[in-house]
Design a protein around this ligand. Structure first.
Ligand code: PGA
Length: 302
């Protein structure tokens, strides 16, 4: 059986995405090139690996078997690469960090410091929302993940690395801007601009209001903290956001946290990885860097 490593990589990507087009995008190949490689792989194996029923692509039994072996091969090569990097100490190696959107106010800076210290390390940073990050942790796609609360119902090692208070943010000239201890029921009457479903910030805010038998009057929903800040500055409503989002206030100090009973919601940033995962020397070193910087970060005014 003649199977190339390239075919193994291509088949793994197609089987994961169940789409030739998405796999081609991911691998920076054309769709016909991907299709041809899969056909050649099927010819060497002598059985179809994928079948199209209606508009969807499915793995055949042979496809499932082949996928398991492809994953073993790719996993083995990745472990070999990691062990070879470890032999080189921190002189070279790869570091894959994934984080929730809101952690952008903290993590790139810490990663930047680390990369300056170890210039031979090739670091990548994936930015996504909580829901997608949890799926990445479940699939063991990254070395380390940074998120706003430890994943529930998943076997992970999660360590706190900094505070992440959530506050109610409004425009400075909001009618409630000077009020003290605004009751939760009063703020719940305001129009809210919220993050997209799947965001950890949104989940924490909705849970808190629900615990007090209140629900948010959602006026708008955006997939970005910065867009929400602009909308608040534009007078469209208030929002619950991480206090970190005010640190680099791109709207020129037009916003402020309101003094709402029960706020700030006390949360923390966590670094997490699947329990039992073997961390590379580089990932261990970055984790140590995060923990070393923990106190400095917590002492920073947000
Ligand atoms: P988010 O996560 O960026 O998905 O809202 C932040 C958090 O969990 O605190």
């Amino acid at each position: 059986m003649h199977v190339s490593l390239r075919q193994v990589q291509i088949f793994e990507a197609v089987a994961r995405a169940l789409s030739y087009t998405r796999a081609a995008e991911e691998l920076h190949l054309t769709q016909p090139a991907v299709f041809t490689q899969i056909k050649q792989l099927e010819d060497s194996i002598g059985l179809p690996l994928l079948e199209r029923i209606g508009k969807r692509l499915y793995l055949t039994d042979a496809g499932h078997e082949t996928l398991a072996t492809c994953r073993d091969i790719l996993g083995g090569l990745e472990r070999l690469e990691m062990r070879l990097d470890d032999l080189q100490g921190l002189k070279r190696g790869r570091l894959r960090v994934a984080m929730v959107t809101t952690a952008k106010y903290l993590v790139p800076r810490l990663l930047g410091e680390f990369c300056v210290q170890y210039p031979g390390i090739e670091a990548s940073l994936i930015v996504t929302n909580r829901e997608k990050l949890l799926a990445r942790i479940a699939n063991n796609e990254d070395d380390l993940a940074i998120l706003g609360a430890p994943p529930e119902g998943m076997d992970v090692v999660a360590t706190p690395i900094a505070d992440n208070p959530l506050v109610v943010i409004a425009r400075k000239d909001h009618a409630l801007a000077r009020c003290k201890r605004i009751p939760l029921a009063r703020i719940a009457e305001e129009p809210f601009i919220v993050r997209e479903t799947g965001s950890g910030t949104r989940l924490a805010a909705e849970r808190f209001f629900a615990e007090h038998r209140l629900s948010l009057k959602v006026r708008m929903e955006f997939g970005s903290n910065e867009a929400i800040k602009q909308a608040i500055a534009g007078g469209l409503g208030v929002s619950v956001l991480s206090q970190h989002t005010l640190a680099l206030d791109g709207v020129g100090g037009l916003l402020q946290p309101l003094d709402v009973a029960g706020f700030p919601l006390r949360r923390k940033w966590y670094v997490a990885y699947p329990a039992g995962k073997h961390l590379s020397a580089v990932a261990e070193a970055f984790l140590a860097h995060l923990l070393e910087r923990k106190e400095d970060e917590e002492a920073l005014p947000a």
